[in-house]
Ligand binder design. Structure first.
Ligand code: EPZ
Length: 420
């Protein structure tokens, strides 16, 4: 396993290009299962999770041609409707093949994803919704076994917002008989991106981006070409990196509209932000005011930025308050940050960060994707050397982050070893 060694503190300056969105590329790749033919997806980030989902589609019989950042997927000859545990356990979003497979083939056998570091992350809402559309679902030996004649349109009222559940049902409904209405739908930009791709295939999806999405079923879909939206969480991560290092960074190839709440919260902390077209300029202030955020479904503050904002709180002059309302165990980065001198108190879902204290380099352990990003950010402001272990977590969701940060003036190196 590799580790990353960060020598701090650094001050970041210069330009950085943001990659395509991981959490859009994954459902888009799964959606290609709906249309036999050659689907072409541009601006695909070169990430561990993306490789995993492409490997799964290849195992199913798809022809995958990697021309990074373009991926060509031909799903004309899918002959295996089985998503094995070995792959799904490493990349939970593989559950998103379920909707397309049931819609196109009327059956599927997909491993239950199991939990992960940040929570149990059940998929009960996905399955209940598919049953409401007429699917027959059994859980056998840790696998979801689904059979269905043609799915039927239904009104699906999600009791809580679920991004993956909304995506799975949107995809399943495109080939159903009749109309499906999803109420309390997720409103993330990735949902809109998926709807645009599906409609390019000939689907009839309306209302994506709002809380009510209507899908009129059609008989078949055709191949399409699409480009992935910019990654709003990588955008937010680099915005925090610029802010905490007192830097001056121009982020390129971004969509400012997708990070409105992140921008508002950072401006309230005193960070200088200028948006123009597909760029965002971030200047770190002398004084960072305390952070006060509650993670909520989009368009509110994203849970995937919680760990990164905690590092902003370390630099803030005063006490910051962060409440994680989406996942039940998304503070795994806190004990690691405390090893670096952070003064953080957790009380249930709320973290109090007493900022302005010295942060020193230490050896720390990554536990999940966004926790690993926060440890890397902490290394940028720490005195001395920070070693971040188990950086495979980072590789799942950030494309060339070490090279990108070093191009802005950071001092980071990746070290390979079999001992950690
Ligand atoms: C997506 O996960 C993202 N992943 C996550 O990003 C993100 O944190 C999450 O949405 C919330 O925004 C991808 O898009 C690949 P949910 P997803 O279904 O779809 C509960 C990252 O760092 N729930 O919106 O799995 C669930 O336990 C990752 O890039 C059920 O109870 O999230 C959670 O508490 C991490 N039953 C809440 O809902 C269900 O059937 C939100 O989950 C489904 C979800």
């Amino acid at each position: 396993m590799d580790k990353i060694v960060v020598n701090g503190p650094s001050r970041l300056s210069g330009n950085v290009s943001i990659s395509g969105a991981k959490n859009s590329a994954l459902p888009l790749i799964c959606a290609s299962l709906l249309s036999p033919g050659l689907n072409i997806i541009h601006n695909v980030p070169r990430l561990g999770d993306v490789r995993t989902i492409l490997k799964l589609l290849a195992i199913m019989g798809a022809e995958v041609d990697l021309k990074w950042p373009t991926v060509e997927i031909n799903t004309a000859d899918i002959d295996n409707l089985h998503a094995p545990y070995e792959l799904v356990k490493t990349m939970r979003a593989a559950i998103l093949v379920l909707g397309p497979l049931v819609a196109r083939y009327g059956r599927a056998r997909v491993s239950l994803p199991g939990g992960c570091a940040i929570g149990a992350r059940p998929v009960n809402l996905h399955l209940t919704a598919l049953e409401a559309m007429g699917a027959d679902i059994k859980i056998v030996n840790g696998y979801v076994e689904v059979k269905s004649s043609r799915l039927k349109g239904a009104v699906i009222k999600f009791p809580q917002v679920t991004v993956g559940g909304t995506e799975n049902i949107m995809m399943a409904a495109t080939l159903a008989e009749g109309t499906t209405v999803i109420e309390n739908a997720a409103r993330e930009p990735e949902i809109e991106d998926l709807a645009i791709f599906l409609n390019k295939m000939g689907a009839r999806v309306h209302g994506a981006g709002t809380g009510v999405i209507t899908i009129e079923g059609v008989n078949s879909l055709k191949e399409a070409t699409h480009s992935v939206i910019p990654d709003r969480i990588e955008t937010g991560t680099f915005m925090v990196a610029a802010a905490i290092t007192g830097g001056d960074v121009l982020l390129e190839n971004v969509e400012p509209l997708h990070v409105t709440d992140i921008i508002n919260k950072m401006e309230s902390c005193g960070v200088g932000i200028e948006t123009s077209g597909t760029t965002i300029r971030v200047r770190g202030p002398e004084i960072i005011h305390p952070v006060d955020v509650i993670t909520q479904p989009y368009p509110a503050f994203p849970t995937d930025m919680q760990a990164q904002f905690m590092v902003l709180g370390l630099k803030a002059s005063g006490t910051s308050v962060i409440t994680e309302s989406i996942f039940e165990n998304r503070y795994m980065h806190v004990p690691e940050l405390m090893r670096m001198g952070a003064d953080i108190v957790i009380n249930g879902r709320t973290a109090m960060i007493h900022g302005g204290k010295p942060v020193s380099g230490a050896t720390v352990m990554a536990t999940d994707l966004r926790a690993s990003a926060s440890l890397l950010l902490a290394g940028l402001i720490a005195e001395g050397e920070t070693e971040v272990l188990r950086v495979y977590h980072l590789d799942r969701g950030y494309e060339r982050i070490v090279e990108k940060l070093n191009s802005l003036g950071a001092n980071i190196r990746r070290v390979s070893s079999k001992f950690y």
